[in-house]
Design a protein around this ligand. Structure first.
Ligand code: FMN
Length: 185
């Protein structure tokens, strides 16, 4: 697949078939992730693969989060939990934070964003669907996630990636023309 075609066809896939993602495919995604550009080759990423029994524990902390966040909306809690249960695989991507060096820490986050995008494109090529989540059950901004991962304090969660075999084709999204977002000086 050519790069421009891959970019055009990439979609956020949120519904998956009840089928596990093979270990070799997970490894292929991670191998693509670590090819991403990164400042001074710090390779400032770490990936936490969550499946099987760990997935059940992730879902338990997500449930706590949802019950606290939406105490008066039980159907929203149930719907969100159903989304988690129907997602075969989660991968949390973190960036290394360098104490006292805000600029490099930011660059590290940008590099992880590049790595996630690489995984998103590779997922499509591998027949998988993926969405990068930062809100809600992605738990990206919830302290419980760091505790669950057992990750060091100098790692910042950049995204929780929900991955599986797509249930159906996802409708195309549209974008404003590049010209409307561009100033030629
Ligand atoms: C940084 C980032 C955070 C995102 N967070 C969420 C999220 O929390 N939940 C979600 O459903 N989609 C999330 N998305 C996916 C976007 O909603 C999706 O890319 C957008 O709707 C455009 O659809 P497309 O990717 O299929 O073109 C996120 C995407 C990015 C880049």
């Amino acid at each position: 697949m050519f790069v421009r075609q891959a970019l055009q066809e990439r979609r956020a896939v949120r519904n998956y078939l009840p089928k596990e993602v093979e270990t070799e495919k997970i490894e292929a995604l991670l191998d693509c992730a670590v090819l991403a550009p990164n400042d001074r080759l710090r390779q400032p990423w770490h990936f936490y693969v969550i499946r099987g029994e760990a997935k059940e524990r992730f879902e338990a902390i997500a449930k706590q989060f949802l019950l606290e966040r939406f105490p008066t909306k039980p159907h929203l809690v149930a719907e969100s939990l159903a989304v988690l249960e129907k997602t075969p695989l989660f991968i949390v991507a973190t960036a290394d934070i360098i104490p006292g060096d805000e600029a490099s820490s930011e660059d590290n986050e940008y590099a992880v964003c590049c790595a996630i995008h690489s995984m998103w494109l590779a997922a499509k090529e591998l027949g998988l669907g993926m969405v990068w989540r930062t809100r809600g059950v992605g738990l990206v901004r919830d302290e419980r996630l760091m505790t669950f991962l057992g990750s060091p304090e100098n790692q910042k969660v950049v995204g929780t990636l929900f991955i599986g075999y797509p249930e159906a084709d996802v409708p195309t999204t549209t974008r404003a023309e590049a010209a409307s977002k561009t100033t030629w000086l």
